[in-house]
Design a protein around this ligand. Structure first.
Ligand code: PEP
Ligand code: MG
Length: 325
């Protein structure tokens, strides 16, 4: 098996009927980078910047952040890197940062909420990213965006940093793309406004599903109760892909479900064409893609989702679909 996946490393991920599927890598530390070539990924669809902050004894200085981002950009010569701004709070605590006791940390002061309330912190990070992207394509995305205003405010900070760097004679990225992560269900009801502003969307399905079902993703008692292959989850995910595809905006999914062949198959059926996942999952998902007919899974899942028969999950039917191929 491992060897079979290894042999697929250099093959493009294209379905039997010619749909190209982007399979990118999730990373967060320098030690992840050699795994890219190993897995056959060209781009990083999610770089979790908080890992550097969690390992450091104090806030990494701008220069240290720049060094890391620069090294990542250097390692990814033929593709692009999508840096996510600091996603802390919730259960990701920085011991050196003043925080507050919260009754519901998952619903609390976290991610972009901290960034917008402490803009000095976010601006330093954005500056380090923009410098690392000098002369290159650079993608930056913001975690836990819940409203269009939060995206606008985040973009305004980026623009301020661009101005600053320009004044000081720095080379800027040649192509800067700004995106929002779709993790908060409220975004499902402002997709059109959001899509008019972003360059791309990236679905953080780990958080999106946790909030959609009000079930803590790390609490085993409840996290397994709701199937990502249930009609409500799939309809929510379909809503995002259909709006994004209609608007002609780039869309990636970077949560765990994209790294599971059956789930990824269903997502292709919903119109997703780009995924970012842990390197170990790329081989198995690529093997699935190579055997798949995208048009067939699209019509199959579309038909299933239009039925209103109260079925708890489409998992068994999707397994049968996959096995029949
Ligand atoms: C997600 O929420 O799906 C995601 C990719 O971000 P994280 O797992 O880091 O919260
Ligand atoms: Mg998340």
């Amino acid at each position: 098996r491992q060897e079979q996946y290894h042999a697929l490393r250099a093959e493009p991920a294209v379905t039997r009927d010619g749909a190209s599927i982007g399979l990118h890598m999730n990373a967060g530390l320098l030690v992840d980078l050699p795994l890219m070539a190993e897995a056959g990924a060209k781009s990083i669809g999610l770089f979790r910047t908080e890992l550097q902050f969690m390992l450091a004894p104090q806030f990494p200085r701008q220069e240290q952040q720049y060094q890391l981002y620069h090294a990542v950009m250097e390692a990814v010569r033929d593709g692009y890197v999508t840096f996510r701004t600091l996603d802390i709070g919730g259960d990701k605590i920085l011991p050196y940062m003043q925080t507050f006791e919260e009754e519901n940390p998952a619903l609390g002061w976290r991610a972009i909420r901290i960034g917008l309330d402490r803009p000095a912190l976010l601006r330093l990070q954005l500056r380090a990213m923009l410098r690392a992207g000098a002369g290159r394509e650079l993608r930056i995305m913001f975690p836990m965006i819940a409203s269009v205003e939060e995206f606008d405010a985040s973009r305004a900070l980026v623009e301020r940093e661009i101005e600053h760097l320009r004044r000081h004679g720095y080379t800027l990225p040649s192509d800067l793309k700004l995106g929002a992560m779709v993790e908060v269900p409220a975004l499902l009801w402002q997709l059109d406004e959001l899509l008019a502003r972003v360059d791309f969307l990236s679905v953080g399905s780990n958080d999106l599903l946790q909030y959609l079902f009000a079930a803590d993703r790390d609490n085993k008692r409840v996290s397994g109760r709701y199937d990502p292959l249930s009609p409500p989850a799939l309809r929510a995910l379909r809503r995002i892909s259909s709006r994004a595809n209609l608007a002609g905006k780039l869309l990636t999914l970077c949560g765990e479900i994209g790294g599971k062949p059956l789930e990824a198959m269903a997502l292709i059926g919903l119109g997703y064409r780009s995924f970012s996942m842990s390197p170990a999952n790329i081989g198995p998902v690529k093997a699935m893609v190579l055997g798949l007919n995208a048009a067939e899974i699209e019509s199959f899942i579309g038909e299933q989702l239009d039925r209103r028969n109260g079925e708890a999950s489409l998992r068994a039917k999707l397994v049968a679909f996959a096995e029949a191929k």
